[in-house]
Design a binder for this molecule. Structure first.
Ligand code: AHR
Length: 499
């Protein structure tokens, strides 16, 4: 059957917050060190110690917000170890991630510089699990206070006269697990205590994000909204797509067949149900949707690349990951009335990375290309859509064959992102567009497109073949009498722009 896509006229429903296209970078494996930070004396071209090639690639995809320093690392991190002259910064052991030595050379000043260089807003996650209230309070004060205080004076001694803006702050990470193994009831009280001391200085307004549920822990959401909902701006949600029988037996990133393809896409589609069910609980306490659901860790998690440190979570990234990215971003777009930030895990060299590095070389992954294609949705108005499509069947199991979302940007261009999940069937799309008030005279006049696809499902880029899979112009769409039709190849992510 032909897939029918009906786009509604009601463009005022919700804005797709650009922060849905956010990223996450943790002191884990080679994300920060090697991936971002090479130090000022490196032979790899850098600006103040930050790789130029990586910064340039990140600027291109317009990363709106960057979360740091963890993850599980955040609840072991003591920010004062990461300021001042490098030779005086104490070393620590990164117990969570490989037991390696952390020399603290990448700290607050370096993170803020990174954000400036790539044009992202900072989202810092504080230490509630093993840190004090005073420590958390003073971190925000160190960064944002323009007056005289012991910590703001230390900032000046460290070479930064003006305070920075710090728009987003997380009050702990996964406090149901690595962040202290707390019960929801206990964390809710701790959240209230710590959040009390996160102050707004000068014109800086901190948007406070509470640790939210692990996957389908609906009890956590209920308790947090009931006990602390009025003291937070956002509640986080973590959900990873983990193919394989269990955490101990995860599937490979590259070596998989159609079962691994199907299983991964099925698991990733669970994100929709999670968002709907957590949102329904939030609606009972916050019908006006003041509190955002912040999906600040999401993405694929496979077995590590053979021969690499198991604590470094380094994995390849294939066309399958491009589909995972496209599907999740469509889900976030379509639920943007509640989901107002998401941060893929993680930006470089860890889990579903957009960039991989090896010495002075970089590779842009298929996931990078999806973020590049979808950036047109950032801050655009969501267009509601109704989709009727075939089932994608494998054995007895089925999934919808198509995932889609649509928005209209400030210039009146309509962008439609479409994923064809099937590993073998193309999909015919029919989309009546005449009468849509976003077009002059209610009639669209042109369509252009970009597609990411490949002949094999595990197509990926390597350091010796970095452009094996990359977007190309899409010529399979046409417009006639206000009707958009397209043929989407199997295993593809497509972005159509209609004006
Ligand atoms: O992203 C890797 C880890 O996954 C993070 O440190 C933690 O928050 C989550 O369990």
């Amino acid at each position: 059957m032909m897939a029918r896509l009906i786009i509604g006229n009601d463009k005022s429903k919700s804005r797709i917050d650009k922060n849905i296209y956010g990223h996450f970078s943790e002191h884990l494996g080679r994300c920060i060190y090697e991936g971002i930070w090479v130090g000022k004396d490196s032979t790899i071209p850098n600006t103040d110690g930050i790789r130029n090639d990586v910064a340039e690639a990140l600027r291109k995809i317009k990363i709106p917000v960057l979360r740091w320093p963890g993850g599980c690392f955040a609840d072991e991190y003591h920010w004062m170890d990461g300021i001042g002259p490098y030779e005086q910064r104490p070393k620590m052991v990164n117990t969570h991630w490989g037991g390696v030595v952390e020399n603290n050379h990448f700290g607050t000043h370096e993170f803020m510089r990174l954000c400036e260089l790539i044009g992202a807003e900072p989202y810092i996650c504080g230490n509630l699990g093993s840190g004090t209230v005073q420590e958390m309070q003073q971190w925000v004060e160190y960064i944002t206070f323009d007056g005289e205080s012991p910590v703001s004076n230390i900032r000046r001694e460290n070479g930064r006269e003006e305070p920075w803006k710090l728009p987003y702050f997380g009050v702990g990470n996964e406090n149901w697990g690595c962040g202290g193994n707390m019960r929801a009831e206990y964390y809710a009280d701790e959240y209230r205590r710590y959040a009390t001391y996160i102050r707004n200085f000068g014109g800086n307004k901190v948007y406070k994000i509470a640790c939210g549920p692990n996957t389908a822990d609906y009890h956590w959401t209920e308790v947090l909204m009931r006990e602390a909902g009025n003291m937070m701006h956002g509640l986080s949600l973590h959900y990873y797509t983990v193919p394989g029988t269990d955490w101990e037996h995860k599937g490979s990133a590259v070596d998989f067949n159609e079962n691994g393809w199907f299983e991964t896409l099925k698991k990733t589609l669970f994100m929709e149900e999670l968002i709907k069910r957590h949102s329904a609980i939030m609606d009972r306490y916050d019908k006006d949707k003041r509190v955002a659901l912040i999906v600040d860790e999401w993405g694929t998690w496979y077995a590590v690349e053979p021969g690499t440190n198991p604590g470094f979570l380094y994995q390849q990234n294939t066309l399958r990951d491009a589909l995972v990215a496209g599907i999740n971003l469509n889900i976030f777009n379509n639920n943007c009335d509640r989901v107002r930030m998401a941060n893929i895990a993680q930006m470089i060299n860890v889990l579903q990375a957009v960039i991989l590095t090896e010495d002075d070389k970089i590779v842009l992954t298929p996931t990078y290309h999806v973020f590049d294609m979808y950036k047109v949705h950032q801050d655009a108005e969501l267009l509601p859509l109704m989709l009727e499509c075939d089932e994608y069947r494998l054995g007895e199991d089925t999934l919808p064959q198509i995932s889609a979302s649509a928005s209209v940007d400030k210039d009146g261009k309509v962008n439609i992102s479409l994923c064809n999940l099937s590993h073998e069937d193309s999909a015919d799309i029919d989309c009546p567009l005449s009468g849509l008030s976003v077009f002059k005279g209610g009639m669209p006049s042109s369509v252009t497109g970009t597609i990411l696809t490949a002949p094999v499902m595990n197509a990926h880029n390597t350091f010796s073949d970095p452009e094996n899979i990359k977007p190309t112009a899409f010529t399979g769409a046409s417009l006639k009498d206000g009707r958009l039709t397209a043929v989407l190849p199997a295993m593809s992510v497509t972005l159509l722009t209609v004006e």
